[in-house]
Design a protein around this ligand. Structure first.
Ligand code: F3S
Length: 259
């Protein structure tokens, strides 16, 4: 059975921050009543809102199947994919509040500028096989393939980047901090037996700012692919960084190995 849901949606180019008194021009939360049908998700309701009441509502989406990572937003204050958030999880009398993810500059309504993530991705040295090994000649053990398979499930929704407190309320940390999405990429390459490029541990520490992470695990909690970002990527990477730097036997071994 359908019903009329109460939706509160951010409209405008200002920031949905309760500490700021938003004007209509800057942006404000707007209230709507929208039809909801059985089996629908939040993105369906946002689309119906566009079709029936707010044709100029800006919203980014693509696959509507939880695989493109485009429709990230905060639903009742929680970072979510709108296409994977079922309306049945809310009480029919409840007001559902939809605001843009807030760690990135707002463009308008529910759309943010996520360039920060791409800039950080560009800083990372790409995978490089050993000299003389051509594409098509890569051979590796199945166990090595499986070890990093989890990290390749990332759909780049950037909910982990959005929720990490290191940058969420601290714009000033962005130049030094690449964030959990890029830490799993570094971990994946560090585990790759054919990656002959840079020292990923050194890069994670010196260039990506992995030391800023204090293991709050918020990134893992919001990951729609259920990647164990903290336990399987960040903590092992931190341990390897510490081993390299402070364990005397590892340190000595690396010195001898370099000769
Ligand atoms: Fe941030 Fe995840 Fe670390 S949320 S502080 S990168 S555990």
């Amino acid at each position: 059975m359908g019903y009329q849901a109460k939706f509160r949606v951010w409209r405008g180019a200002g920031r949905p921050d309760e500490t700021i008194t938003a004007t209509e021009a800057d942006g404000a939360l707007h209230d709507y009543e929208v039809e909801v049908n059985e089996g629908e998700v939040v993105l369906d309701v946002i689309h119906r809102l566009q079709q029936t009441q707010t044709p100029d509502l800006a919203v980014r989406w693509n696959c509507k199947a939880g695989k493109c990572g485009s429709c990230s937003a905060e639903v009742n204050g929680k970072p979510r994919l709108m296409c994977m958030t079922r309306m049945s999880t809310f009480d029919e009398a409840e007001t559902v509040t939809v605001t843009p993810i807030r760690t990135f500059p707002l463009i308008r309504d529910l759309v943010t500028d996520v360039s920060y993530n791409y800039e950080k991705a560009r800083e990372m040295p790409a995978f490089a096989p050993p000299p003389g090994v051509e594409p098509g000649e890569y051979r590796m053990q199945q166990v090595d393939v499986e070890r990093s398979q989890e990290f390749r499930k990332c759909i780049e929704c950037f909910l982990c980047q959005n929720t990490c407190h290191v940058v969420r309320d601290h714009e000033e940390n962005k130049p030094e901090f690449s964030g959990p999405r890029l830490f799993i990429r570094a971990a994946e390459l560090d585990m790759h037996p054919l990656d002959d490029r840079a020292d990923r541990k050194e890069f994670a520490q010196a260039e990506q700012g992995i030391g800023y992470c204090n293991i709050t695990k918020c990134c893992s909690e919001v990951c729609p692919e259920h990647i164990h970002i903290t336990d399987n990527a960040i903590i092992p990477m931190k341990e390897r960084v510490v081993d390299r730097k402070y364990d005397p036997i590892t340190w000595l071994g690396s010195k001898i190995g370099r000769r």
